[in-house]
Ligand binder design. Structure first.
Ligand code: PLP
Length: 497
């Protein structure tokens, strides 16, 4: 027994650098030993003195760890006899056979028809970024976020009344946040709306899904920009959409192409303020064409305004929503760029005639983000931190954009950066003959991330290019990133000039 417990204890690894206390680590290690059968029901734990000696920690620390096991019911203390693994552990633990999946390990689960039939068309999103560096897309300047204000507001929220802090929140979103969003949309884009028309969601992707759930029948034709946003593509596929890739030119979605391919469409997904990923602003002419096509087909529009706050000219691009008198456009916004993506916070602005339908959906089953998150964001907006942060970030992204364009002048002729007037990504055109994927791979080997344009395409297009994010990296990193790209062999191979 002595030897056995010695072997058991030698399996305990404590990390003094960890943010977890030693007593919690010890508690977790002992728990793991018990649950994996290293100590069985009724067996005695080594004495606290032995545990302390073998693991090199104080007895107080061991007692604290054992107390946690006692209060959890995992072990019981008997005065004068020691501490034993609880008998209930064996009597109540599910039988081994019930814990093993009876299906053969390689048997695939039977998927719903919608998911199975769309499987080939999903964009894989394993590349979603979390670490700032050149030239990651979709990540804001995490280094410039005012963490101190955020922490203060979070702490203040948790000191509030328990019902407000811990109870079920309002299904369509916290009223204070919906009011703040309505005010923000008025100030940013001159959109006049009532907070009742705002529904708070877990990011833009959930908003796209909810629109699909509410309005799509399986197999309905949905126009999707090609190239276009992969997240929206996936969300709408999951709701049974039959996606129709529609061409993009410098004026935005080519409505004539959509009409030729699917005149009887139900929904069109567009990014009019800043086409994702090509960066064009939808022309007024195109906006009217789209609205007419939508009216004729009795269809709807999703307007995804994912980075509308970050414009470098005098004014932001107008919202399609405001030009649509028939109330067929649903506007979707996100806090993933203005604040940070892990919040999972976005919103829908729906035409008045749709409020009841969305209301019913949110009250019945759609549930939004944590109340705490919503309350902190509402305070952040009400106290002016949001407007200040957006203003500062507009300046910072412009500076990072300028650094990119300046450094980009030294790139070889095979790679040309496209100018942009908003957001924090732009396109780099590659000369024909240059292998997009080879550039991506060689850049990644040197620690620089660029996204191939083909990743955004449901159907291949003639254009060859890379999407370059410049929001999350400091100007020095941007410059270093360009230095790496400039020297890639793939930018010189197979090109005759
Ligand atoms: C086109 C587009 N829309 C919306 C979003 C934001 O999505 P979410 O709010 O779910 O993070 C992104 C994120 O990169 C995007 O690229």
């Amino acid at each position: 027994m002595k030897q056995e417990s010695g072997a058991l204890l030698s399996a305990i690894k404590l990390d003094r650098e960890s943010r977890r206390s030693i007593s919690v680590q010890l508690y977790m290690a002992l728990r793991e030993i018990i649950l994996s059968g290293g100590l069985r029901a009724g067996e005695r734990l080594p004495a606290t003195r032995v545990l302390a000696k073998e693991t090199g920690v104080s007895r107080t620390t061991v007692i604290d760890a054992v107390d946690r096991l006692v209060s959890e019911g995992m072990v019981v203390s008997r005065i004068g006899a020691g501490t034993f693994v609880s008998d209930t552990l064996d009597s109540q633990r599910p039988a081994a056979s019930a814990m093993v999946d009876p299906a053969p390990q390689d048997a695939k689960p039977r998927l719903s028809g919608t998911i199975a039939s769309g499987e080939e068309r999903y964009a894989r999103r394993t590349w979603l970024p979390h670490e700032a560096r050149a030239f990651i897309t979709a990540l804001p300047a995490l280094d410039a976020f005012p963490m101190a204000h955020w922490a203060r507001l979070s702490a203040r929220h948790f000191r509030g009344g328990r019902g407000a802090v811990m109870g079920y929140g309002q299904p369509k979103g916290l009223e204070a946040l919906r009011r703040a969003i309505a005010t923000h949309l008025g100030a940013l884009k001159g959109i006049r709306c009532n907070p009742e028309q705002i529904f708070v969601t877990c990011g833009a992707q959930q908003a796209f899904s909810l629109i699909g759930k509410l309005f799509l029948n399986g197999g309905d034709k949905v126009w999707i920009e090609n190239p276009g946003a992969s997240g929206a593509r996936n969300a709408l596929l999951s709701e049974g959409a039959d996606l129709v890739p529609v061409d993009i030119d410098h004026e935005g979605i080519v409505v004539a192409d959509g009409l030729a391919k699917a005149p009887g469409f139900r929904l069109a997904f567009v990014t009019p303020s800043h086409q994702q990923p090509l960066g064009h602003v939808m022309s007024l002419q195109r906006r009217f064409e789209l609205l007419q096509a939508v009216e004729a087909a009795q269809a709807l529009i999703i307007e995804d305004d994912y980075d509308g706050e970050f414009y470098y000219g005098n004014a932001p691009q107008p919202a399609l929503y405001s030009t649509d008198p028939a109330g067929r456009t649903i506007y979707v916004g996100t806090f993933s760029k203005t604040l940070f993506p892990s919040l999972r916070l976005g919103f829908l602005l729906v035409p008045e005639r749709m409020v009841d339908a969305f209301e019913r959906m949110f009250q019945s089953w759609a549930s939004g983000p944590a109340t705490a998150t919503q309350a902190v964001v509402a305070d952040f907006m009400d106290e002016g931190h949001f407007a200040t942060h957006v203003r500062l970030m507009r300046r910072l992204y412009k500076a990072r954009y300028d650094a990119l364009m300046e450094a980009g002048r030294t790139l070889p002729d095979t790679m040309r950066l496209q100018e942009t007037s908003s957001g924090f990504h732009t396109l780099a055109d590659l000369a024909s003959g240059i292998d997009e994927q080879a550039v991506v791979t060689q850049a990644a080997e040197k620690g620089v991330i660029v996204a191939p344009l083909s990743r955004y395409c449901m159907q291949p297009i003639e254009r060859n290019g890379l999407v370059i994010g410049f929001g999350s990296a400091a100007p020095e990193d941007i410059k270093r990133g360009i230095d790496v790209l400039r020297d890639l062999p793939a930018l010189r191979e197979n090109w005759s000039g």
